[in-house]
Unconditional design. Structure first.
Length: 294
């Protein structure tokens, strides 16, 4: 049996531990604690995976000179601010589009292991399962993010989750028949985690212990050995810059709600703002590698 990737082992261990603890003590983590855990985990383990986008863009030939680097970063920030503005003006539409973009992006976690239709089922289940097992919690989170009326998005996500969960069964059977143990363990532990962990804990463990480390490890593996230390420094600088921008957004939101709500809104809208330029860059590089005109 081929050795499991380190992120698979870490994710599976954390998911099993969380399922055990929360199965025995469902109220062990109050909502404010979950938001605090989300904030710390996203900052430490989540943000760095997108902090190497400038290096990826340069390596892919999107720019070469310092002026190109400046232009890339200005364009990246402009796209991120446009997402924040869209969320401000059309919060429910922005939330739904963010969920759709996230499904496409997270499906890439199994890019080399599953067929396209299997990846989309996995991603739909990944996003929809929390709404299946914790519908009220997901609805309340959506209301914090996008205001009254966002419960409709939670209902829609629950329907998607139910269908995807049923469609996931044959996908799991196929991976077992093909002995794709990495995929089987990851998807199986996602189901287990969705049943026992509230949505924020579920997202923290998946995003920060599976998705982000996988992307970061794959990116660093592309770099020459002598360049990897500078990549880590670059990731730190971009992460700190992102935190400064997030603090400014949070300051604008301070009069509008409680601290947990402000933190939750800042984190998820911030992730949405960063996901759009990140996703577009990934799409461009994939098309370039496939020799398809960008």
């Amino acid at each position: 049996m081929k050795a499991l990737p380190p992120e698979t082992l870490g994710f599976a261990a954390a998911a099993a531990a969380a399922a055990l603890v929360l199965g025995l003590a469902p109220t062990a983590l109050p909502f404010a604690v979950q938001v605090g855990l989300l904030a710390v985990a996203v900052v430490v383990l989540g943000l760095p995976h997108g902090a190497l986008d400038a290096w990826i863009a340069r390596r892919a030939g999107l720019f070469e000179r310092p002026l190109g680097w400046i232009g890339f970063n200005l364009g990246y920030v402009a796209l991120a601010l446009a997402v924040v503005g869209a969320w401000w003006l059309f919060p429910i539409t922005a939330l739904v589009l963010f969920l759709m973009i996230s499904a496409w992006h997270f499906a890439g976690d199994w890019q080399d292991a599953l067929m396209p239709w299997q990846r989309m089922i996995a991603a739909a289940a990944l996003l929809g399962m929390p709404a299946v097992f914790y519908q009220a919690e997901v609805a309340s989170i959506f209301v914090v993010l996008s205001g009254p009326g966002a419960e409709v998005a939670a209902e829609g996500l629950r329907s998607v989750g139910l269908v995807a969960l049923g469609a996931l069964v044959p996908v799991l059977l196929m991976t077992a028949m093909k002995r794709q143990w990495t995929v089987l363990i990851e998807l199986g532990m996602l189901v287990l985690l969705a049943v026992f962990a509230p949505p924020l804990v579920y997202f923290v463990i998946y995003f920060c212990l599976l998705h982000s480390p996988r992307h970061l490890r794959a990116t660093i593996a592309l770099a020459p050995a002598g360049e990897r230390r500078s990549l880590i420094a670059q990731a730190l600088v971009y992460t700190l810059a992102t935190l400064v921008l997030a603090a400014l957004v949070a300051a604008l939101l301070l009069p509008s709600g409680d601290l947990s709500g402000i933190a939750l809104k800042t984190l998820f809208i911030g992730l949405a703002a960063l996901t759009v330029p990140h996703m577009l860059l990934m799409l461009w590089t994939e098309r370039k590698q496939a020799n398809v005109p960008a």
